[in-house]
Design a binder for this molecule. Structure first.
Ligand SMILES: [Zn+2]
Ligand SMILES: [Zn+2]
Ligand SMILES: [Zn+2]
Length: 218
């Protein structure tokens, strides 16, 4: 005796509609997107309110094709893991857990001042901190925990590792060097190369230079 597989598509419309009414909102929207016919028979609109969008995202992030993405309840987007502080992806804020709908991304956290300068966060297993002056998230170089600002890469030698602003030494934290990027030796070599290019006329004409400066590209 051969088996007969019946899918939702094989059923009469009344039965389809009967089954569809038991679907939650995200599943209905997903179904709507799989098949043109369903779009005509399923009485549902795509998500418009914030609440609908979030409930849709919270369901979507559980689907196998979105394992690498996580929802943010503020910008209402699915974003990659590195757009969030590690804490937002774990425990109660983990996918499918009780507070997953309260997860927010780093950009939204900074924008809404939930992350303040001086707060150290773990992102992808690495420490980072927001700078009060340039408002960047600092992952490398030195950071003064008193001034809550990043330090210029080359602070003068006579400061002996002190903060150029407050002169504290003990409160300066070294966040480490960027991986595989930018060494002082490379910088010195680049400076030598530019001198060489200047002498040998490889640098663009003065007009080019002026125009660039006029456009703020310097
Ligand atoms: Zn966000
Ligand atoms: Zn800064
Ligand atoms: Zn300082």
């Amino acid at each position: 005796m051969g088996s007969i597989t019946t899918t939702l598509l094989d059923l009469p419309t009344e039965l389809q509609l009967y089954i569809i009414q038991f679907l939650d909102y995200p599943s209905s929207v997903a179904l709507l997107q799989t098949n043109r016919r369903f779009r005509t028979i399923v009485p549902i609109e795509p998500p418009t309110t914030g609440e609908q969008k979030l409930s849709y995202l919270l369901a979507m992030e559980l689907w196998p094709k979105y394992t690498h993405l996580f929802s943010c309840n503020i910008c209402l987007k699915l974003r990659a893991r590195n757009a969030f502080a590690d804490k937002q992806l774990r425990a109660r804020r983990g996918k499918g857990h009780i507070e997953s709908g309260r997860r927010f991304c780093l950009d939204c956290g900074c924008c809404h001042r939930m992350y303040q300068p001086g707060h150290f966060l773990m992102v992808g297993g690495q420490e980072e901190v927001l700078c009060a002056i340039c408002r960047e998230r600092c992952r490398y170089g030195r950071y003064c925990t008193y001034c809550r600002m990043c330090e210029p890469l080359f602070s003068p030698d006579e400061l002996e590792g002190r903060c150029a602003r407050c002169r504290h030494k003990d409160l300066v934290k070294d966040l480490g060097k960027p991986p595989g990027e930018f060494q002082i030796e490379d910088m010195l070599m680049a400076m030598k190369m530019s001198e060489f290019e200047d002498i040998n006329g490889f640098i663009g004409s003065p007009e080019w230079f002026e125009e660039d400066i006029a456009h703020g590209n310097f």
